[in-house]
Ligand binder design. Structure first.
Ligand SMILES: [Zn+2]
Length: 301
């Protein structure tokens, strides 16, 4: 492993544009900066922490505002004419409704994109509206000619990641990478590209948004889940989330909730599900348990 160093938090502006964490790491061997909390590759090909980094930082920040989305736009075959059997496209297994005829490579690519979105969304059991949102983003990207030179797999992964965030059912970058056919760095790259080029607004994910899914993956019941949600909310109110990635906060809240509910759940187990390191969970646990008034926790300290 090459030389790595933590970026010191003397300069408060240096935080992850994605999750707000100040836990950033420079990997000198790869000349890149990534966020240790959410895994986002923030800058690549850095020579030093010069203008590129600052430009990126302020540009991303200015684009962060809450957004909502509601859309139903999925039908790919508008305005099609000359029939070509879509069934002949290798590797395509289309839902019956899509078994239509298409005209050109562009349409075939779009159908492949929809198939990819569906495949990943099914793996996540995502509702239809999120698949539709991702499909519509893809269509928009096509119209803006933003998809050339990038693989369909990387584009659909990035767009699904965006849609999940916009609908407040965020998936971690690591989760997206697990079901995607491309790597995390490539998804990070395409994700940043689309935010910029399509001027998309993606609000920072809230720790609470991650709690239900992590709890269900850990087989923790509703009692622990609501307790963890309560702790995550308290942490936000107390501003303990500033400069901290939401995933680590969610993980620590779950760890605490499980502990006070008498169900033993190790930091390792939570780490496996959340995809943040045990060290991060430990650090967040320390902060939350020290700063928040959690009555039930007292008997453990
Ligand atoms: Zn981050």
């Amino acid at each position: 492993m090459g030389k790595m160093s933590k970026i010191e938090d003397g300069d408060k502006k240096r935080c992850c544009p994605e999750c707000g964490s100040i836990n950033l790491v420079i990997n000198y061997a790869k000349a890149e900066i990534y966020c240790a909390d959410c895994g986002m590759v923030i800058a690549e090909n850095i020579v030093d922490l010069g203008p590129e980094w600052r430009a990126f930082d302020s540009e991303q920040k200015s684009k962060r505002a809450r957004t909502g989305a509601s859309m139903t736009y999925r039908i790919h075959d508008k305005g099609l004419s000359t029939p070509t059997a879509v069934n002949k496209i290798p590797g395509l297994h289309l839902p019956r409704a899509w078994q239509v005829h298409t005209t050109n490579a562009k349409e075939r690519t779009f159908i492949f994109a929809l198939t990819e979105i569906d495949r990943m969304a099914s793996a996540f059991r995502l509702p239809m509206n999120i698949r539709e949102a991702a499909s519509m983003l893809y269509r928009k990207a096509m119209k803006k000619r933003l998809i050339n030179g990038r693989s369909v797999e990387s584009i659909t992964s990035a767009l699904l990641y965006i849609s999940c965030r916009q609908y407040n059912v965020p998936r971690t970058l690591e989760e997206i990478t697990k079901v995607s056919k491309v790597g995390q760095k490539e998804i990070s790259r395409v994700y940043r590209y689309f935010l910029r080029e399509m001027n998309l607004k993606v609000a920072p994910a809230s720790p609470v948004d991650f709690v239900p899914r992590f709890c269900s993956l850990l087989n923790l019941g509703s009692e622990i889940r609501s307790k963890a949600e309560e702790i995550a909310k308290k942490a936000k109110e107390a501003e303990l989330t500033n400069g901290r990635g939401p995933i680590g906060i969610a993980a620590a809240a779950i760890y605490i909730a499980a502990m006070i509910s008498g169900k033993h759940c190790t930091q390792n187990e939570v780490s496996d599900v959340a995809g943040v390191s045990v060290a991060t969970i430990g650090a967040r646990y320390k902060e939350l348990s020290e700063e928040l008034v959690i009555e039930e926790l007292n008997i453990f300290l």
